[in-house]
Design a protein around this ligand. Structure first.
Ligand code: FES
Length: 91
């Protein structure tokens, strides 16, 4: 049985009117790269913050170890973090 943390979810790139799917065995960063979204990779373990990406709205499951509580209100680290349902990004 899949954990809720590994549920697939969707990312809406609101400016380009594109929805991309993040599979349960895929990171959001990989899905964003496949869609051509320029996100800077780094540690890939949630520790450096180089991939931190703004989001507009959504129920993010934060799994990083670098963003502050206030950062997390508008940013997430797609190398490790996921979301429930649809996450809306300003791309
Ligand atoms: S690549 Fe380091 S936090 Fe995502």
């Amino acid at each position: 049985m899949l954990s809720i943390l590994n549920e697939p979810f969707e990312i809406l790139l609101v400016w380009s009117e594109t929805t991309i799917s993040v599979a349960s065995d895929q990171t959001a960063l990989a899905a964003l790269h496949e869609a051509g979204v320029p996100v800077e990779p780094g540690c890939m373990t949630g520790g450096c913050g180089s991939c931190a990406t703004r989001y507009i709205e959504g129920d993010v499951i934060h799994k990083d170890a670098c963003l502050s509580v206030s950062d997390r209100e508008h940013e997430f680290c797609p190398c490790v973090s996921r979301a429930r349902g649809v996450l809306v990004l300003p791309f």
